[in-house]
Ligand binder design. Structure first.
Ligand SMILES: *Cc1c(COP(=O)(O)O)cnc(C)c1O
Length: 390
């Protein structure tokens, strides 16, 4: 009988060593030894599947990949030092000079910089479609297009993109669909079920879930992963065994943590909706979300990110942050500690109001990454901060 994802995230562990440990140990070693030259030859010739050097593979990274790939329904995967390492490694391994990307407009800031500043150096261009009309994507496809890319839910607008639509589109045009599934985690949404070829995670966020370590992973089709693995192995953004060990332990509690994150986020989002100083609240599992039905179809719960707009605009956003007492002011997300950010004065301050509008960010918009504190305490801090906003 196939086991449930929560069980696999705990039991997909490495074989025990001769010490019969219960919890998997940390293999803090840079290299591995061989009994004789023939074994070494076979390992380097890829005839033998074993660890050679921790820039290539390490038991702890192997275990982490196994757990995430299993939960995502992927054939295989490769780990990276960070989420951006995974994003860059995936694109750099698969694309050649002259290739073209079709991407959703609302994407993580550093991914946008990769597409707009760095990939053009190798003659790789990107065209963007709006998140509320993915049908635009088809018209952007050219003979040189190789990859369709999107994140859902998006950051920070928590818009939902139709994975089935994108999966069908990619198949029709023989393109590779890559989804950054960071906000949903492998527990809430499995893009491969809808036709994605590759799924990327910043494990730094909810997979770690406690704001300790950085990590990234790409999982998906075996042949594509092989190319990405060889690129990663030769270019050096390897995940540290220590971070892999932390992240693999975190996978054991992912389901219970994310259940609580989602339960609190839904409760907080519903309560904020009726507050007089807030014009709108966006959360994928609130019936008022424009893509509520779609969110219900492709996610099992709504995640831990809420966005809402203060009626007072830019100034109110900063006042709100200055009045917060317990919650953290940080750009990170997916931590056990609730985090508030004001994108218009920070991460997206270089864009004009109009440009921000295009990626779903208004001047008074607040992003809330709901943590694991008691929801009453999170709400109390938000309410008292709202009181001091004009
Ligand atoms: C944080 C994040 C990344 C980058 O991950 P790092 O681990 O910080 O490099 C990529 N995509 C999304 C959606 C993210 O939130």
């Amino acid at each position: 009988m196939t086991k449930k994802p929560e069980t696999n995230a705990i039991r997909d562990q490495l074989e025990r060593t001769q010490f019969m440990e219960h919890s998997v140990p940390l293999f803090l070693t840079s290299s591995f030894v061989f009994e004789h030259s023939e074994e070494m030859r076979a390992a380097f010739a890829d005839e033998l599947d074993r660890n050679i050097y921790s820039r290539f593979t390490n038991p702890n990274t192997t275990e982490l990949v196994r757990k995430i790939a299993h939960m995502e329904g992927a054939e295989d995967g490769v780990t990276f030092a960070t989420g951006m390492g995974a994003v860059f490694g995936t694109f750099a391994a698969l694309l050649d000079s002259g290739d073209h990307i079709v991407s959703a407009r609302s994407i993580f800031g550093s991914t946008h910089s990769l597409f707009s500043k760095y990939l053009p150096k190798w003659n790789i261009e990107t065209s963007y479609f709006d998140v509320d009309s993915p049908q635009q994507a088809e018209a952007l496809i050219k003979p040189t297009t190789k990859i369709i890319y999107a994140e859902t839910p998006t950051n920070p607008g928590v818009d939902i993109l139709d994975l089935q639509y994108l999966g069908d589109l990619a198949k029709r045009h023989n393109l590779i669909l890559v989804i950054d599934n960071c906000f949903a985690t492998p527990y809430l949404q499995q893009p491969i079920d809808f036709g994605a070829d590759l799924v990327i995670h910043s494990a730094t966020k909810l997979i770690d879930g406690q704001g300790r370590v950085l990590g990234g992973v790409t999982v998906g089709k075996k042949d594509l992963i092989r190319d990405i693995y060889l690129f990663a192995r030769n270019t050096g953004s390897a995940l540290s065994p220590f971070n892999a060990w932390i992240l693999s332990k975190s996978m054991e509690t992912l389901a219970v943590r994310v259940d609580r994150h989602c339960q609190s986020a839904l409760e907080i989002a519903s309560k904020l909706e009726s507050h007089t100083k807030i014009s709108w609240v966006k959360y994928p599992f609130l019936p008022s979300h424009p893509q509520y039905a779609l969110a219900q179809k492709q996610m099992s719960q709504g995640g831990n990110i809420i966005s809402f707009e203060l009626k007072g605009g830019l100034q109110s956003g900063q006042q709100f942050l200055d009045s917060i007492t317990m919650l953290s002011l940080s750009s990170n997300l997916g931590d056990s500690r609730t985090i508030v950010t004001h994108p218009a004065s920070t991460t997206h301050s270089k864009l004009s109001t109009e440009e921000r509008g295009k990626v779903g960010i208004s001047d008074g918009m607040i992003r809330l990454s709901v943590g694991l504190e008691h929801p009453d305490d999170i709400l109390e801090d938000i309410y008292q901060a709202l009181d001091s906003v004009s």
